[in-house]
Every structure is written in C-alpha cells, then in structure tokens.
Design a protein around this ligand. Structure first.
Ligand SMILES: NC(=O)c1ccc[n+]([C@@H]2O[C@H](COP(=O)([O-])OP(=O)(O)OC[C@H]3O[C@@H](n4cnc5c(N)ncnc54)[C@H](OP(=O)(O)O)[C@@H]3O)[C@@H](O)[C@H]2O)c1
Length: 303
C-alpha cells in the first residue's frame, strides 16, 4: 500500500492498492438509541458518543487552525488524516501530535492540493483504503489572497482565491459526501471553515469575502442534500485567530474608515475546542452555524 513507515501516504500509490480495511465501524444504534447519547425517553443520557475508531480528514492541516484542530481531534481520540500541499508542514503537525501507541489514534499524512480534482479524489481513496470509512471532514484549507483595491485586482488574483476557497472546498466536500453516502453505516459530518468575512467584508478583500459568502451556500446545500444520507453539515465562522493568515491583525490592519489599527486576536486552540464539540455530536444533532471570534475585535457594534 501507499503508507510509508513514517505515516505519510502517497495518495496515488494508495489508490491502486486495495486491501481489507480494519473494521472501525460503529455498531448500529440500539433500540433505546443509546449509541447517540440520547436515552429512550429523549432525555440526554450520561453517555457521550465515543469517537474511538472514528476518522477525520483535516485540510490545511500543516499550519494555523488546521494544525490546532488536528491536534485537538487526535487528543480527543479521533484517527486523523492530515492534508495540505506542503509535506514538511504536515510532518511537523504529525510530530506535534506526539508518538502514537499501537492502540492510540492513527495519524496519516496525504500531501494534497485541494484545487486539483485528481489529488482530492486520491486523498479520499487513501482514506477509504486505510480506514474503510470517513466520519468527519474539516474543510479548512483557505487563502486570503492579495489585498488590493477592487479595480486593481487581476483576474489571476481573483481566480487563485476562488480556486482554493470555493472550488477546493467544493471538491473536498463532494468527495467526502460520496464516501459518507456509500459507506455502511451511512453518514458523517462536514464542518466548513467560513469566516466573519462570510458576513461582512474587510476593505480590499473582494475575492476572500465573496468566496467566504459562497461557503455559506455550500454549507446550506450540503445540509439539505445530506439529509437523506445522515450527512450533517455545519459552518464555523472565525474572527481573528492568531495564525500566519492574521499576522497583520496584531500589528495593524486597515479599517473600514481608512485608519490602520491593531486588533485583538485569540488562540487557534480556542477555535479547535469548538470544532471538537461540533464533531462529537451524534449525527442527529448539528451546530449549523457557529461564530468564534476574539472577544473585543471590531465587528459587533459597527467597529
Ligand atoms: N485565522 C483566522 O482568524 C481566520 C478567520 C476566518 C477564517 N479563517 C479560515 O481558516 C482557514 C485556515 O486559515 P489559517 O488562519 O489557519 O491560516 P494558514 O495558517 O495560512 O492556513 C491555511 C492552510 O490552507 C492550506 N492551503 C492553502 N492552499 C491550499 C491548497 N491549494 N491545497 C491544500 N491546502 C491549501 C495551507 O497549507 P499548504 O500551504 O501546505 O497547502 C495552510 O495550511 C482558512 O480557510 C481561513 O479562511 C481563519
């Protein structure tokens, strides 16, 4: 198969190497519905749904929010598939996840460019080959793109952002949807990484703002089309988590009134906590939209 001893999977090699996957499937809910943590009379039981043997794909796992979410999911017991373009960044995330015991969660790396349909197909084929199923996609890979006055933005600048934030997110969601629809037990969850820019723009960010608004359309369509197949989809809209993308927030970024000002930021780990909560819910429940933002950042109150 395509998995090297250090856990990196060559997606293309894995594509051509079918084997019987380990049976990591969850048992079907019992008559009282206890497997989803809800007792027979509809009162929340004291059983939290187990994530043992559940498989998550995190795109953009080599840095920032993706890395923090991968760490939090692995710490919670998920098997985690790390995807992103830079193999060395994925290796560093895997290293931060710590040594894996033989009975601990598995972590594999599949270098993937989400803008390339064949690479996305190969990523999800590698997941099916290695684990036999997929329970969660954290659809996180994204780019801010070049910040420029609207009339100066080139076609290539525009297209580069659309390719990653919209087309890449669609391709990953579609491949996850196909996998979740076909597997037994059927279903799974997709969490799209939106943004406060899915609600309100920053100056000179038309491509980022438009694609993050479009992410809301992806989330709603996935939620509706997923209903017959037990596929839940939710969206997390983040404001000012400290990552490479938001370096300018702390040093000074242009405001709507033309000033440049530093803005409060928060830790990416605080975003990851929210993702772990959304991911751990039984499929009968869904956080449809959530906002996690630096408490005092300019957004609420028109500034
Ligand atoms: N930080 C915030 O406050 C904030 C706020 C709102 C929304 N977000 C969203 O959160 C997500 C992660 O951003 P971040 O803040 O963690 O910034 P980041 O550290 O720059 O992360 C972006 C990630 O996306 C990956 N990526 C970019 N292009 C890709 C491609 N073509 N194929 C595969 N992976 C690709 C990058 O990995 P490679 O370069 O290795 O491919 C990188 O790991 C983005 O969708 C962003 O819009 C962040």
């Amino acid at each position: 198969m395509g998995e090297a001893a250090d856990g990196q999977v060559s997606a293309r090699a894995a594509q051509g190497s079918r084997h019987t996957p380990p049976d990591t499937r969850q048992s079907a809910p019992d008559a009282e519905g206890l497997d989803n943590g809800v007792s027979g009379d509809g009162v929340p039981g004291d059983r939290v749904p187990s994530v043992a043997g559940k498989v998550a794909v995190v795109t953009g796992a080599g840095s920032g929010i993706g890395r923090a979410v991968a760490q939090a999911l692995a710490a919670a017991g998920w098997d985690v598939v790390l995807a992103g373009r830079r193999a060395e960044a994925l290796a560093e995330t895997a290293r931060l996840l710590g040594p894996r015991g033989s009975d601990g969660p598995a972590v594999i790396r599949v270098p993937t460019d989400v803008t390339r349909p064949a690479e996305v197909d190969a990523l999800f084929a590698a997941v099916r080959d290695r684990f036999g199923r997929l329970d969660l996609l954290f659809n996180n890979a994204g780019t801010f793109g070049r910040s420029a006055p609207l009339d100066e933005l080139s076609y290539d600048d525009w297209q580069a952002v659309v390719d990653v934030n919209l087309t890449g997110a669609f391709l990953c969601a579609q491949a996850a949807f196909r996998t979740m629809k076909a597997q037994d037990p059927q279903g799974g969850r997709i969490i799209n990484n939106g943004s406060l820019s899915a609600h309100a723009p920053r100056p000179d960010s038309i491509a980022y703002t438009a694609t993050k608004h479009a992410m809301t359309g992806l989330t709603k369509s996935l939620s509706l089309d997923g209903r017959p197949y037990r596929i839940a989809c939710g969206q997390l809209d983040i404001g000012n988590a400290a990552t490479a993308m938001t370096g300018r927030m702390a040093t000074g970024i242009r405001q709507a009134d033309g000033r440049t000002a530093a803005e409060p930021v928060m830790a990416a780990a605080d975003v990851a906590r929210t993702v772990v909560h959304m991911a751990a819910l039984p499929l009968e429940a869904n956080v449809q939209f959530a906002t996690v933002m630096a408490t005092n950042m300019p957004y609420i109150g028109r500034g």
